[in-house]
Design a protein around this ligand. Sequence first.
Ligand SMILES: Nc1ncnc2c1ncn2[C@@H]1O[C@H](COP(=O)(O)OP(=O)(O)OP(=O)(O)O)[C@@H](O)[C@H]1O
Ligand SMILES: Nc1ncnc2c1ncn2[C@@H]1O[C@H](COP(=O)(O)OP(=O)(O)OP(=O)(O)O)[C@@H](O)[C@H]1O
Length: 566
Amino acid sequence: MGKPMIEFVDFGFKYRSQTNPTLHNINLTIHEGEKVVIVGPSGSGKSTLGHCLNGLAPFSYQGDITGKLNIKGKDVTNISIFERSKHVGTVLQDPDSQFIGLTVGEDIAFSLENDGWVQSQMKERVREVSGLVNMEKYIDASVHELSGGQRQRVALGGVLVDNVDILLFDEPLANLDPAAGKHAISLIDSIHKTLHKTIVIIEHRLEDVLFKNVDRIVVMNHGKIVMDSSPAEVLSSSTLSDNDVREPLYLKALRLAGCTITPDMHPQHMDSLDISTCKDRIRNWFDSTPASAQAIKREARLQLENISFGYSKEEEIIHNVSLEIGKGEMVSIVGKNGAGKSTLSKLICGFEKLTEGRILLDGVDITTETVKERAERIGMVLQNPNHMISKHMIVDEVALGLKARGIPEAEITKRVEETLKLCGLYAYRKWPISALSFGQKKRVTIASILVLNPEVLLLDEPTAGQDYRHYTELMEFLKKLNESGVTILLITHDMHLMLEYTSRAIVISEGKIVADDSAVRIITNEEVIKVANLKETSLFELALKLEIENPREFVQHFINVDREGR
Ligand SMILES: Nc1ncnc2c1ncn2[C@@H]1O[C@H](COP(=O)(O)OP(=O)(O)OP(=O)(O)O)[C@@H](O)[C@H]1O
Ligand SMILES: Nc1ncnc2c1ncn2[C@@H]1O[C@H](COP(=O)(O)OP(=O)(O)OP(=O)(O)O)[C@@H](O)[C@H]1O
């Protein structure tokens, strides 16, 4: 094992605006060249720990530190944030807060410029790094014209360009499509191996991170470290589920089948997993598959007829898309970064105008209706909560839309309270939004739309940045809302969400619909997976490992059992 690189010793942190510390008694040593993933529920202090490591706390987020933090054996509590950035490079959860330059190239070059690199070498380095993150084609594009996932890649490039020893990733996968997520994890892994960096990853999508080996998993809750051990130890314990962290699906299937998971089964990876001791048990569990529910023919609520659109005249982004969503459906829209999913939703809400085609709601043409008129019946929750929030206090933000509609004060108070309770935010109602974690902010934006009772609800990545408890709560909540008649469209990169909650999925690739089918058929269709940058589910691989003849039925069986258990 290498020398200690990062040492938190009896470390604590209290934000100045909080009465109680957010981090308590952290003792954590990470050695040179180690790769560690930090997981824990929303608000458990993961990002705060990251901020303390890169110096944002206490330099930008003011507060008081107790105990010690050593980097490379030196106490860094008092060194400047500038000095700190020579050791720790950070990719933040919200890439927008990180952009400095106007174009992709400028942004990646920023720190090199600061360090006084020669122009020609700088250009070469920027090209090299943008190639690493697959953004070479966009070097001259403005960062503001990129899709969410593309922005994240630029942010990653901006950090890789520096030669720091420690790389900290705060939710690197949040906005990436599944294949890009895999690519990012492979990229982090190759950087780890070839450049011998020390890597710290904070991420909710544990199964996706574990696609490549990590040395340790650190589980946090309530500002403390609950477990710090090898992936095999952590995954075979109940610590993840006890602390609202989602365990890999194939392990969940083993547990549902009644198997006990032990470290010597090497549960950290599908390839290493040894199922010899529980093979029969799982096969017995999967003895019959209930026939999947027949698709119900529904009356159309939303219809897109031959719609096309481009942000500029030169480039069309959406090509002749036709689509029908039935009343009361809950549908996933999936596809790779930049495929046109968000653009499609902006067209439905009227934020952008079609160049061709028409949109109908309950059979009535709404193509010429304004955003405001459509907003009476169609609600949209954006990908990035920071793009939606305009008020300082939570209650004011959620009340905003009702106030604009001239609803009486007493009714506003009542509806806001009900919605805050539904969204698990009631306890925070008197808080300023700035003191919330990313996941909590996301729920505020959902609350601010839900309070308006929309008939059609469009959500762009609703569960990004949510822990498993809030994910489940939110999705169960959306399911109930859907059962009460609200038609729901979910843009998501989360294949588990698609499988578990939406029976139908629409796949978009390069502005066209390439598949519209049951979620199970889509996730088991190799061709569609490839075209749309999706990811096969580990359940499918588990079924293959079990030599089950029809793996698709195994996936369906898991979903049925899992749904019943909720
Ligand atoms: N800027 C801030 N000012 C005051 N308090 C804050 C601030 N940021 C976070 N907190 C407090 O710290 C707690 C932990 O937040 P943190 O962002 O570290 O959690 P997290 O584990 O990263 O959550 P998530 O998974 O939702 O991103 C929050 O519940 C909040 O009370
Ligand atoms: N405001 C804009 N101006 C110009 N081009 C844009 C703008 N917004 C998006 N684009 C381009 O349109 C294409 C589709 O982007 P869109 O945001 O719809 O993709 P997406 O499928 O939602 O991607 P992601 O999964 O990364 O969020 C991308 O190539 C993007 O670069």
